[in-house]
Design a protein around this ligand. Structure first.
Ligand code: DAH
Length: 341
């Protein structure tokens, strides 16, 4: 039995050396020292020994048990320490490393300028409204005094979706809708995308942006139009900016004007931005045609109004001296990042 005991001791200690995890150690403990374990089994087998040998053997078995318990405890501590070291190495944090910058988005230059424009008109009491980009022929043309087959249709090259549906060529369509639903006094702007079947070049894009304005009330005159646009120009380009009206034609306004501002790059002397003219055209405007008021259900005898359509892309390219309108639509981050604010 002594030999058996010694054999067990050697085997157990050898085995213990190979164990690496707390789970293996616990299994080991059960296998040797548990109720059905090998060491416990030796104690039970002592019944077969002669009575005088039992105390000696009992002591030896208990010694072995104690020795193994101690060895397991020691190994356990070593395993724990190793695990902790590994964990710490894994979680190592170098606080001296440079931080990583999170890239956050910025506003597109068109939106920067649009936000400014909205602020200006809101401070003058205008509401901001929205209109559909897929529009009916009626709101885009007929209600704006452009009947079917009228030559004025040639002014805008239209993308038709069906005979009756089209991509709006002008935010003026929102004017016609507003008149039908709102009662004067009306003071709104409608910013949005518009579409025309134009060849793409440095100053033309099949999609671009306009901001429509519409004011209708009793006794509204051309002076009001001029005052509002002058205020607008001063806030956008500075107090020294002058505006001028040139006679023009739009089917939905009478009289109609095109509005220029003195070039902000050269102050009116003439430079590359204004192509030497000293002036830059920024919008079309006029007094709402009585027939347009009538079609919108507003009595032209009682009310009058003015309207304007600002070209947002033009305003943006001149403000930032951007030489090619296509840059606004390519979404090249290297370009866009310059306008981040
Ligand atoms: N819709 C016109 C265009 O796209 C611009 C315009 C001119 C709008 C005169 C107006 C206006 O409201 O009164 O060319």
């Amino acid at each position: 039995m002594k030999e058996q005991l010694e054999g067990l001791r050697v085997q157990a200690l050898e085995e213990l050396k190979t164990l690496e995890s707390p789970k293996e150690l616990e299994d080991f403990r059960v296998r040797y020292m548990g109720k059905k374990g090998s060491v416990t089994g030796l104690l039970r087998g002592m019944g077969a020994l002669p009575a005088e040998e039992r105390p000696v053997m009992g002591q030896m078995v208990n010694q072995l048990r104690q020795e193994l318990e101690d060895a397991v405890t020691e190994k356990s501590q070593a395993v724990q320490a190793a695990l902790q070291k590994e964990q710490l190495a894994k979680e190592k944090l170098d606080v001296t490393m440079p931080g990583k910058k999170t890239a956050s988005g910025g506003l597109h230059p068109l939106n920067v300028v649009l936000d400014d424009i909205i602020d200006i008109f809101q401070s003058m009491g205008f509401d901001v409204i929205d209109g559909p980009e897929v529009e009916t022929d009626y709101y885009c043309f007929q209600a704006l005094n452009v009947p079917e087959d009228h030559p004025a249709r040639d002014m805008q090259d239209t993308f038709y979706l069906t005979d009756n549906l089209l991509l709006r060529t002008q935010t003026s369509a929102a004017q016609a809708r507003t008149m039908e639903t709102a009662k004067p006094p009306i003071r709104v702007i409608c910013p949005g995308r518009v579409y025309r079947a134009d060849e793409v070049d440095a100053t033309h894009s099949p999609v671009f942006h306009q901001i429509e304005g519409l004011v209708i009330d009793k006794g509204v005159t051309m002076c009001d139009l001029k005052g509002v646009l002058e205020q607008f120009a001063h806030e956008i380009y500075g107090e020294d900016t002058q505006i001028r009206f040139r006679p023009s034609f739009f089917p939905f306004t009478e009289p109609s004007v095109e509005v220029d501002v003195t070039c902000s790059a050269c102050g009116g002397k003439g430079c590359r931005v204004c192509k030497g003219a000293g002036w830059i055209e920024i919008l079309g405007a006029g007094m709402v045609h009585p027939r347009v008021l009538e079609m919108g259900g507003i009595d032209p005898e009682e009310y009058s109004g003015f309207a304007f359509g600002i070209g947002l892309d033009r305003l943006t390219t001149t403000r930032y001296k951007i030489s090619d309108i296509r840059l606004l639509f390519e979404n090249d981050l290297r370009f866009l990042e310059q306008f981040d604010r």
